[in-house]
Design a protein around this ligand. Structure first.
Ligand SMILES: NC(=O)c1ccc[n+]([C@@H]2O[C@H](COP(=O)([O-])OP(=O)(O)OC[C@H]3O[C@@H](n4cnc5c(N)ncnc54)[C@H](OP(=O)(O)O)[C@@H]3O)[C@@H](O)[C@H]2O)c1
Length: 332
């Protein structure tokens, strides 16, 4: 009997996880949904959402998929683990903890073997970057990355999608745009050149710091230089990235295409777009070309659905590996 808890089930990632569990015929006998007291009485696909509070019954779960923000993960993940569950956490709460594996299912599933109850899912922008770049790193080594992201509003959650829709609707109908609440500036018909928040005294945003740190942890190589600018754009779903990759050994554009054609989770396209990527699990890579300003550098364009591979798909893939391991096959 396999029981799965989905914590944050009413959010954009939580709802996508529920779709994926069903689409992928995840072998769960029971799926229990949890959210905050704001969702008391809510039903999703015939399941009543349970409020995550001290009266909640956390016993008997095999896997708990968390996407309810870092604070909720810090408060509740260990309580699920104490009751016997393995937690796969989408938030940033545990990613920097050296004792907690940070796993992209196609890239470093071997790291699952050392989990002690909690596994961290990477940030959505880092996730798609790793799926596309790990095959190149393995083949020729990566010396330096220069990345500019074009991140969709769904990466900030359901409220941010409402904010984009509300501002766009007002603007298109000749009304005054509602004041921004989620972002510091209006996001409709605009571009915000700093996605994330600035910690005191830091000139990089937390989104940028996540990509720098998580790249090193996932590829197990702290020597890779990572220069990144995270940008928020008025796209509902799907993050895009303009990436310049400086390799240690030479790699031609054709060589990169050959590597990526066979890479798990990657699909090659001429010019992928977020609208096309939406609803798909692949990381789409296009515009692979030689950077003529450097003898060992390539430029490319990487796009993926941040709610799927960037969050929910990877969490469910990890859960599948855990369940398969429990059934007797190896985790990695
Ligand atoms: N969106 C992405 O692309 C993405 C990608 C990777 C990781 N993540 C991470 O995934 C998490 C969720 O993101 P999201 O985009 O799905 O946000 P969201 O749409 O705002 O949903 C947040 C979810 O968390 C629940 N929640 C909030 N406080 C809670 C509490 N105290 N107890 C129980 N449940 C609580 C909410 O329940 P109510 O509806 O009851 O408020 C809702 O289900 C975040 O940590 C985020 O950083 C998101």
């Amino acid at each position: 009997m396999t029981r799965v808890a989905v914590v944050g089930a009413t959010g954009v990632v939580g709802r996508t996880m529920l779709e994926l569990l069903s689409e992928r015929s995840f072998p769960a006998d029971e799926i229990v949904l949890f959210a905050s007291s704001r969702s008391a009485g809510t039903e999703i696909d015939g399941r009543v959402v349970q409020v995550l509070d001290d009266s909640a019954d956390l016993s008997g779960f095999d896997v708990a998929l968390f996407s309810a923000g870092a604070g909720t993960s810090r408060d509740w993940a260990a309580r699920f683990v104490d009751q016997g569950a393995v937690v796969v956490d989408n938030s940033s709460a545990f990613r920097r903890d050296p004792s907690i594996p940070l796993v992209v299912s196609e890239v470093n599933p071997h790291a699952l073997a050392r989990h002690r109850g909690i596994i961290a899912n990477p940030n959505c922008s880092t996730m798609q970057l790793m799926v596309a770049l790990a095959p190149i790193h393995r083949a020729v080594g990566i010396e330096r990355l220069i990345v500019a992201t074009y991140q969709s509003v769904s990466g900030t959650g359901a409220k941010a999608i409402d904010e984009l829709n509300g501002q766009a609707h007002a603007s298109l109908n000749g009304m005054e745009m509602p004041a921004p609440e989620v972002y510091p500036e209006p996001i409709a018909f605009n571009v915000i050149g700093a996605a994330g928040n600035f910690a005191d005294g830091d000139d990089h945003t937390d989104e940028e710091r996540k990509m720098m740190f998580e790249t090193h942890k996932i590829l197990e190589d702290e020597s890779i230089g990572v220069a990144v600018t995270c940008v928020r754009v008025p796209v509902r779903i799907g993050h895009s990235e303009a990436v310049n990759v400086q390799t240690r050994e030479p790699l031609s554009a054709d060589g990169a295409r050959e590597l990526l054609a066979d890479a798990p989770g990657v699909a090659l396209e001429n010019v992928p777009t977020p609208l096309h990527a939406e609803g798909h699990d692949e990381v789409f890579v296009g515009r692979i070309r030689r950077d003529e300003s450097h003898p060992r550098a390539l430029s490319m364009w990487i796009v993926s659905d941040n709610l799927r591979k960037g969050a929910a798909t990877n969490a469910v893939q990890i859960a599948e590996l855990l369940v398969a391991d429990r059934a007797g096959s190896s985790v990695a």
